[in-house]
Write a protein that binds this ligand. Structure first.
Ligand code: MG
Length: 388
């Protein structure tokens, strides 16, 4: 597989924070991917909420299956555009490692708790996991990924946090947020694959949960147009017993249309600008994007999901309980640090943790929890069970 001149070439990687000899058979980015898959944080994704809490059903997406879907979409686009598929896979599999239990509700609650201690942001936390929190190697904290993988993992970053990163690592992963540069195309691609993946699977999970219906979805242009096409092709899909097949036939058409749109639009932009290196890409405007029409359709779908699913009273009610759990856990650990495990925080062997303020240590500990572990810990410490 030949790489485009603007793709990330592992032989020209900016390297790892701690020097390591090249592996004999794997490229630097394959090795990044392998390290992510073997990490503890990766295994936790299976019990972390995407939208629906883990106990609500076995078939809903979790952070793990979401990450696999992002990797699938990303790799498929990367291969057809001669971008680096291994790097895309590594970024996709790691992009949500820093997510708290209970999805965005958990992150919002933890961010509230951390207001006076520098805040909490899941993208930055994903970087913190791979740079500091994984404890596997003798010589360093974290899993020592390449610059390119770390750059992709840090999808957003506030100015304040970027300044802090820049101080620790001049010209490193924080720099682009200060100097208004773009990340690699592989990183840009993962952002888009993330959006394509969750828009599609949240429709699927939303319908499965009964919180949104196909009728409602027909008002959404992107969904409605592909649903009608599926029905034109296979009219018997209108039968009541075939709703799941109709949903899948619609979603696969939507996914295909978005993927082909990204490829066509981005390829045209790349041909027009003809960047000759990853540095050219970093100094150009974003090159990997939807066309204007698909951008509009995707935003409309996102707004629909926001109004009808993410803000559904039933979801909001569960989110309130999840937030309460996170807030109470935070207060208890801060008040009684002895409740933290002995290998964590102030007693831990890692320098990154020892140097952190107590509130950050508590946030790291809570952010690492799976939904069910957080629920159990909360019950152990409060004697109350908030979620089944
Ligand atoms: Mg994601």
């Amino acid at each position: 597989m030949t790489l485009a001149p603007y793709a990330c070439d592992p032989a020209r990687s900016r390297g790892r924070r701690f020097f390591e000899e090249q592996a004999p058979t794997r490229t630097a980015f394959q090795r990044d991917r392998d390290r992510i898959v073997h990490s503890t944080a990766f295994r936790r994704l299976v019990y972390k909420t995407q939208v629906f809490l883990n106990h609500e059903g076995d078939l809903f997406r979790t952070r793990l299956t979401h990450s696999l879907e992002v990797a699938q979409l990303g790799r498929s686009i990367a291969r057809s555009m001669h971008l680096n598929e291994d790097l895309v896979e590594a970024i996709a599999l790691a992009h949500d490692l820093g997510h708290t239990p209970f999805g965005h509700a958990g992150q919002d609650a933890l961010n509230d708790c951390m207001q006076e201690h520098g805040g909490f942001e899941h993208n930055l936390q994903s970087l913190r996991v791979v740079d500091h929190l994984e404890e596997s190697y003798h010589q360093f904290d974290g899993i020592n990924l390449t610059f390119e993988a770390r750059e992709g993992i840090l999808k957003h970053c506030s100015h304040k946090n970027a300044l802090e990163l820049e101080e620790q690592e001049p010209g490193g992963v924080g720099a682009r947020f200060l100097f208004k540069q773009q990340p690699s195309l592989e990183a840009q691609l993962c952002n888009l694959a993330d959006e394509i993946a969750y828009n599609a699977h949240d429709i699927d999970d939303g319908v499965r949960s009964g919180l949104i219906t196909l009728d409602q979805l027909m008002e959404v242009e992107l969904f409605g147009s592909y649903c009608r096409r599926a029905l034109q092709e296979f009219p018997d899909l209108a039968a009541a017993g075939k709703q799941r097949r109709l949903l899948f036939e619609t979603i696969r058409r939507m996914l295909g249309a978005q993927v082909y749109d990204v490829i066509a639009v981005s390829q045209a932009a790349l041909t027009a600008l003809a960047p000759s290196s990853t540095e050219d890409v970093r100094n150009s405007p974003p090159l990997l994007a939807f066309g204007a029409d698909m951008r509009r359709l995707s935003t409309q779908l996102k707004q629909f999901l926001f109004r009808n699913l993410y803000r559904h009273p039933q979801v909001m009610q569960t989110n309130q309980l999840a937030k309460q759990m996170v807030r109470e856990l935070f207060a208890i650990y801060l008040d009684k640090p002895n409740e933290l495990p002995t290998n964590f925080g102030l007693n831990a062997g890692t320098s990154a943790l020892q140097k952190s303020a107590p509130a950050r240590i508590v946030a790291d500990y809570i952010a690492g929890m799976t939904d069910r572990f957080a629920s159990r810990e909360h019950e152990r410490l409060t004697g109350r069970r908030l979620l089944p």
